[in-house]
Design a protein around this ligand. Structure first.
Ligand SMILES: [Fe+2]
Length: 457
């Protein structure tokens, strides 16, 4: 199979994720001292790095199955010093298989590294939920699979969460063939893996994210179920199966160390890719979870992404009941908060939202940056224009003392009319303000998944 390029990206026979700006780019480029429209805040010293699926060897069966590619912008003293993009040099990119065809065992050093990029205890990890992290350098070079000095024995989620109060990174891994299907892990602030614990769930499902509050790790057990027969056929191995049910489990973080299991709450059938945050009432008797709720996922086909709506589950620990509330009737994707509020009550959240009037079911409709004020219930949009699609907005505080929305949003924006991409800095407090800075980059950046701001340390 030949590599794809833009010339083939409009071929309607290709799946959606190989066309338009979902199509991969085949060049690894770099550019220095990029032009800036507006002015970059001089306090933004660091790197914005974003991950995404960018298949190198031809069409993949699913959007999520492409090789990871990182796109990075380095800012210093008000200048955009460089842009570069690099495939993560995974073993999968080099042709290795995850599963040993003879023994059936999974090689956790083989993964796509295509979903997220995070930093913990000075190490930067490119993450994809089926394998160990791949450590990368600040210059986007691949250092290789990382297993916490031999202590990690499961895959590593693409969505770890770092406790705002302890600096611990809480995460999990899920597996598909043999129990335990979910394992919970904690790495301390220094990066040592200090706790690993099997979580009892009825079967193998796709578990994309989880949540953290001050006292609880919160697990989602939802009906996107793994089917080994589908996997053997080589098709998408997950399917929507309502009979599995849907439940959310609250595991007390301290009592977990003594082996306690989560307390499970049955919830209405749904799927959740991404949580916004979780927190607790002052008296500790209620735990709140805000997340993007999809009414279903991949019902009738693995390219059918139901839109998600901001939703709140309130778990009453006294009565053992859960109350569900849809918070908005406008869909969203990729919710983010000020990470300094992880596990604590947050007032603000930022997401990707449909441009008013566009089709929330379309994967190619123009999008805006959306801001929620969860205290007033207000929702505001930053309008990027009729031909633009934004990536996940990542919040960067203006300084250590800044309030919850006092800072910037950074992301990549694609303009379909120009077939070009820019790194954009917005005012996180004021969605009506124009961009603070726009940095055109020298090639289009395909729609991807998640990214992070890595301030200079
Ligand atoms: Fe994700």
């Amino acid at each position: 199979m030949t590599a794809l390029d833009d010339a083939t990206a409009t071929d309607a026979r290709l799946p959606f994720h190989m066309r338009g700006n979902y199509a991969p780019v085949m060049e690894e480029v770099e550019a220095f001292d990029l032009p800036v429209i507006g002015s970059l805040p001089p306090e933004l010293n660091g790197r914005y790095i974003r991950n995404g699926a960018n298949p190198k060897h031809g069409p993949t069966m699913h959007w999520f199955a492409g090789d990871g590619m990182l796109h990075g912008v380095r800012l210093r003293d008000g200048r955009a010093e460089w842009y570069r993009n690099r495939w993560v040099r995974t073993k999968a990119l080099a042709g290795a298989d995850r599963m040993d065809a003879i023994t059936g065992t999974m090689d956790l050093t083989v993964g796509l590294a295509n979903t997220h990029v995070v930093r913990h205890a000075g190490r930067i990890f490119a993450l994809e939920e089926g394998s160990f992290p791949n450590e990368v350098s600040p210059e986007l070079d691949t250092l290789g699979p990382y297993d916490f000095g031999g202590r990690l024995h499961t895959p590593f989620t693409a969505h770890p969460h770092t406790c705002a109060e302890t600096g611990e990174m809480h995460f999990f891994g899920y597996e598909l063939v043999t129990a335990p299907f979910v394992t919970y892990h904690v790495a301390d602030a220094a990066g040592n893996l200090v706790h690993s614990q099997a979580i009892d769930v009825p079967g193998p499902t796709m578990v994309h994210d989880f949540a953290l509050s001050r006292n609880y790790a919160i697990f989602l057990d939802m009906p996107v179920v793994f089917d080994l027969d589908l996997a053997i056929k080589g098709t998408m191995p997950f399917e929507w199966r309502e009979s599995y049910g849907a439940r959310i489990g609250l595991l007390h973080r301290d009592r977990a160390r003594q082996g306690e299991q989560p307390r499970w709450f049955d919830v209405d059938l749904c799927y959740v890719f991404h949580i916004m945050n979780a927190w607790e009432s002052d008296d500790g008797t209620t735990v709140y979870l805000d997340a993007g709720r999809h009414a279903s996922m991949w019902k009738g086909g693995a390219d059918k992404f139901e839109p998600s709506y901001l939703h709140r589950w309130a778990f009453d620990l006294t009565t053992g009941t859960v109350t569900e509330t849809q918070l908005d009737d406008v869909s969203h994707a990729f919710p983010r908060i000020d990470d300094r509020r992880t596990g604590l009550v947050n007032r603000y959240g930022w997401c990707v939202g449909p441009r008013p009037g566009s089709d929330p079911n379309s994967m190619n409709a123009p999008t805006n940056v959306l801001k929620y004020d969860l205290v007033t219930g207000e929702r505001a949009f930053h309008d990027l224009g009729p031909s633009s699609m934004t990536g996940e907005p990542v919040f960067v505080p203006a300084d250590d003392a800044a309030g919850e929305d006092e800072g910037y949003l950074v992301t990549f924006v694609y303009d379909a009319a120009e077939n070009s991409s820019s790194f954009v800095v917005l005012d996180a407090a004021d969605m009506s303000a124009g961009p603070i800075a726009t940095v055109p980059v020298p090639q289009r950046i395909p729609h991807g998944f998640h990214g992070s701001w890595f301030a200079d340390e």
